[in-house]
Design a protein around this ligand. Structure first.
Ligand code: AMP
Length: 198
């Protein structure tokens, strides 16, 4: 069974994903991380070379920098290729996708075609606590999209308005386990492990 991690920015799901992957052998597909790699190509291609790659990189970077979701076709192509590249026996932990209802629909189709089944985990955290944590992370990791209050607000609004309905749909289908993301990393991890090994 594959896993899909849901949680507001700052919920600590990335940290939990790394711990779980290390102990239980999941491959992590981190949507934001994959897109940041593509955005980094915007800087790398020299003049006149790799034009289309750098164009894609520039496009992706502009969305990330503004705190908007990257266009549907781009993220779906990235996740589709990542799934196709993995043997069926590899367990995948998806972090940061699907983020809206259209992605959910296409993601479901891609999973079905690949013969994969997912359980969602929702890391619950209040908005106030999420904001405190994310500003701390901006300092630690030097991420511009974490340091700007207006952009953080926009990303959190996207989570509330677009991703929450996805979580609700998973929940109605009985495909969500909820974990409080307040408290220590170790305590949260114990709860996560209990769910995954149940
Ligand atoms: P994150 O690291 O999950 O906070 O994502 C950082 C940024 O990457 C987001 O603000 C979006 O611009 C982009 N991004 C991440 N995941 C997705 C996705 N599933 N669909 C579209 N854009 C995404």
């Amino acid at each position: 069974m594959d896993l899909v991690f849901f949680g507001i920015q700052g919920s600590g799901k990335g940290t939990q994903a790394k711990k779980l992957a290390a102990e239980f052998g999941y491959d992590i597909f981190e949507a934001g991380g994959e897109l940041r790699k593509i955005a980094a190509l915007a800087h790398r291609s020299p003049e006149g070379e790799g034009g289309s790659e750098s164009d894609l990189g520039k496009t992706v970077k502009s969305y990330i920098d503004d705190g908007h979701l990257v266009p549907h076709e781009i993220i779906m192509q990235v996740v589709k290729e990542a799934i196709a590249a993995k043997p069926k026996t590899t367990k995948i932990l998806f972090d940061g996708i699907p983020r809206d209802e259209l992605q959910m629909r296409d993601f479901d189709l891609v999973l079905k075609a690949a013969g994969r089944d997912v359980l969602g985990i929702h890391f619950l955290l209040s908005i106030d606590e999420a904001k405190n944590r994310i500003l701390g992370r901006a300092k630690a990791e030097g991420r511009a999209d974490d340091a700007d209050t207006e952009i953080i607000e926009r990303r959190m609004k996207t989570f509330q308005e677009k991703t929450m309905p996805v979580i609700e749909t998973y929940k109605k289908a009985g495909k969500i386990a909820e974990i409080s993301a307040e408290g220590s990393v170790d305590r949260i991890y114990e709860k996560l492990k209990a769910i995954v090994t149940a």
